[in-house]
Ligand binder design. Structure first.
Ligand SMILES: Cc1cc2nc3c(=O)[nH]c(=O)nc-3n(C[C@H](O)[C@H](O)[C@H](O)COP(=O)(O)O)c2cc1C
Length: 233
């Protein structure tokens, strides 16, 4: 079975089984998970972090403590200059068009940067179904990067695509560097089931799933395996 056919098969099975095409709960009534204030100090020196930055594909199932999750999301694309709603990653023309969805064992959430909180979208665990590689279901966190093209104004179609992908790359690199600093494992992934993710979240016509990124504590075997698994996608 080709990868596309496999993705469609999993999508049909998941949507039928989880009843996940039901209407989304209204944004105002969604369960809200407050995150503690992010720690904006500390971390390891940047040169050590760069020395250690690498992709990891073997994780323990230990969930991240809430403070670490808070720090991670803030580092990824949080608000670092509230007076101008500046963010930790740049975006072309300051579109700020990327939204981070967080898939965990206890459901699917959306990160609200202004309030620095998570809103629950789903109670189901979509990590395995959303990833096309077996390890994706085992990482405690799957960050899913979605671009809203309607926010990408004053650009040609080609520029819109290029810049949305570039903007996602900056966020993903922030996550890689935060993880290296905290000795967490991470891998950015393009091999993902975009139709399933889009249907589960209930994405609009102008929204596109760009990439996902697994994050968690590396298992003891991960260092030994990192060379074997580092095929380019
Ligand atoms: C845009 C992009 C897509 C990627 N997609 C995948 C993927 O689907 N699965 C995977 O295991 N790794 C994926 N990777 C990770 C690369 O394989 C990895 O970065 C590369 O092998 C170099 O290894 P390093 O990150 O440890 O330096 C992706 C990386 C990028 C930048």
């Amino acid at each position: 079975m080709t990868r596309d056919a496999q993705a469609m098969f999993v999508t049909e099975w998941f949507l039928r089984d989880s009843n996940s095409v039901v209407a989304q709960p209204d944004a105002r009534t969604r369960e809200r998970i407050e995150l503690p204030r992010p720690r904006m100090q500390g971390g390891r020196p940047i040169m050590e972090v760069l020395k250690d930055r690498a992709s990891c594909r073997q994780f323990t199932n230990q969930p991240l403590p809430r403070q670490l999750l808070s720090d991670l999301l803030w580092s990824a694309f949080g608000v670092n200059r509230p007076a101008i709603h500046g963010r930790t990653a740049p975006s072309a023309q300051n579109w700020q068009e990327i939204t981070i969805y967080v898939a965990k064992a206890d459901g699917l959430f959306v990160y609200e940067p202004t309030e620095h909180a998570l809103l629950r979208m789903r109670a189901s665990d979509i990590r395995s179904a959303a990833g096309l590689q077996p390890y994706a279901g085992g990482a405690p966190l799957d960050l899913i990067y979605v671009a809203d093209f309607s926010r990408a104004t004053d650009a040609s179609e080609e520029e819109r695509h290029l810049y949305c992908v570039a903007n996602t790359g900056f966020i993903a690199e922030n996550v890689y560097l935060f993880c290296a600093s905290e000795r967490l494992g991470a891998v950015v992934r393009g091999a993902i089931n975009r139709p399933l993710i889009a249907a589960t979240i209930g994405l609009g016509r102008a929204e596109r799933v760009i990439l996902a990124q697994s994050v968690g504590y590396p298992s003891a075997a991960s260092e030994l395996d990192s060379d074997k698994h580092s095929k380019i996608h």
